[in-house]
Design a protein around this ligand. Structure first.
Ligand code: GDP
Ligand code: IMO
Ligand code: MG
Length: 421
């Protein structure tokens, strides 16, 4: 049995979808453990090209069951569309399950996110994620298991609508009627009734049978609600320990944590991003949006902010998560660069920092760079780390040394098997 958690090691969009798809071959169960359809996890395999938002990225393995876990917030209508899209590529969806304790992201949550962002927000994905988590914390929300109890549902709906409608009308929007939400709930009950599971016994049965379980994180620790660049963060905890907290198993059972980083940095949304750079060398990586691996948001299509690899970030996220292994994706994107910069530390007011700074300090830090020679060779066909060009191996070794990690996978292309091990 192995219990593995895979999480983002930077600012999101590091290649988690690709890595989960690759690792799902050895897994019996994949659990998406936080976030919602703010995620865009790109998978490129023999079934096609997919940008997954809610469905776990292991769905393509017929022998692997996929659970949308308790820590998530799920927009049922978005999930329905996504299921149809993936099923249209002849993917077997019978293994897709939803935790009864997962929260339902209501249409009003998305509407409120958009209204709040319009008044000056932080650049959310406008999918209603923060609003859904807020109502969860206020204890004014529905979970999937609520759809199955028609005796208690009416009272829950009424209580929720009192709260949601007060906020909608304060923004000048139309309130939602009881009948409208009741009808939606009946539609969702019909659609998802057979997929809803009691998550604790479901998960522990897999554990008792000694199965391999892989937990899929969304986003990354730099956008963690507690540990990231608050307030420019998401509303959940995209860190390894949260897989145990949200799914209901002892944290000490996690026996492998995999971090996923890009060989450079990218971010979407507002907030400090110390290594952001308008160097032509790094900007050229963005592409035009024509290729699957061009740097445009997989969820919103927004152009991603780009910068050099930031070692203090990955050192910090390693401190938080405890990576046993690091996957370094997109090294092939640096193939044509004669020189590559790595941020090795930050200076604040002229002093080199020995800890990760807070958000306001991060706005003011000055990155300290080391410049390394590039390798100017095509790496896309390489499948063993030892076969990479010397300068690429030096770049990898430098990152390992600066971040206290062991790089076990190197991404050399967007496809499932485009990995050097
Ligand atoms: P996620 O949110 O962490 O799953 O990452 P995204 O899918 O949002 O963004 C990662 C992007 O990089 C996608 O376009 C992937 O197809 C692409 N990608 C992942 N790994 C590699 C790699 O090793 N090389 C290249 N060229 N592209 C990659
Ligand atoms: P994956 O899983 C990159 C960012 C948004 C914004 C902040 C809060 O594909 O890595 P939210 O909609 O969550 O309230 O937005 O978080 N963000 C992401 N950035 N990749 C993602 O997901 C993201 N999910 C949210 O841009 O800055
Ligand atoms: Mg993404």
């Amino acid at each position: 049995m192995s219990i593995t958690v895979l999480v983002g090691a930077q600012w999101g969009d590091e290649g988690k979808g690709k890595m989960i798809d690759y690792l799902s071959g050895d897994s019996d169960l994949i659990v998406r453990f936080q976030g919602g359809d703010n995620a865009g996890h790109t998978v490129v395999n023999d079934k096609g090209v997919f940008k997954l938002h809610l469905i776990p990225s292991g769905i393509f393995e017929d022998n692997c069951v996929s659970l949308i876990g308790t820590g998530t917030v799920v927009n049922p209508d978005v999930l329905n569309e996504e299921i149809a899209q993936v099923a249209a590529a002849n993917v077997d969806m019978s293994g897709l399950k939803i935790s009864g304790k997962a929260h339902i992201l209501l249409p009003a949550h998305q509407q409120l996110d958009a209204l709040m962002e319009a008044k000056g927000g932080i650049g959310t994905t406008k999918r209603g994620i923060g609003v859904a988590y807020s109502y969860k914390m206020l204890r004014k929300n529905l979970r999937f298991e609520d759809l199955l109890d028609l005796e208690t549902l009416p009272k829950k709906i009424s209580g929720i609508l009192d709260a949601v409608n007060a906020e909608l009308t304060a923004y000048g929007a139309q309130p939602i009627s009881y009948d409208e939400l009741w009808d939606k709930c009946m539609e969702w009950k019909e659609r998802y009734g057979d997929m809803i599971v009691e998550p604790i016994s479901f998960l522990h049965n897999y554990m008792d049978e000694g199965k391999n379980i892989l937990f899929e994180g969304q986003l990354a620790a730099m956008k963690d609600i507690d540990l990231g660049i608050y307030p420019y963060v998401t509303s959940s905890n995209p860190v390894a320990a949260y897989a145990a907290v949200s799914s209901g198993f002892p944290a000490k059972k996690i026996d492998r944590v995999i971090g996923v980083a890009k060989a450079f940095s990218s971010a979407v949304g507002a907030g400090p991003f110390p290594t952001e750079s308008d160097d032509e060398q790094i900007q050229i990586i963005r592409g035009t949006g024509e290729h699957v691996d061009d740097e445009f948001g997989a969820r919103t299509g927004r152009s991603r902010r780009l910068g050099w690899f930031d070692a203090p970030v990955v050192k910090y996220t390693n401190l938080i998560n405890g990576f046993d292994e690091l996957a370094l994706c997109k090294i092939d994107k640096l193939d044509d660069l004669p020189e590559i910069k790595i941020c090795v530390g930050y200076k604040l007011d002229g002093e080199l920092l020995d800890h990760y700074p807070n958000t306001d300090q991060l706005e003011r830090v000055e990155p300290v760079y080391k410049v390394m020679p590039g390798w100017m060779e095509d790496t896309t066909g390489i499948r063993k780390i030892e076969d990479l060009p010397e300068n690429a191996k030096n770049y990898i070794k430098t990152i390992e040394d600066l971040t206290d990690t062991k790089i076990c996978y190197v991404g050399v292309g967007p496809g499932r098997t485009e990995l050097a091990l």
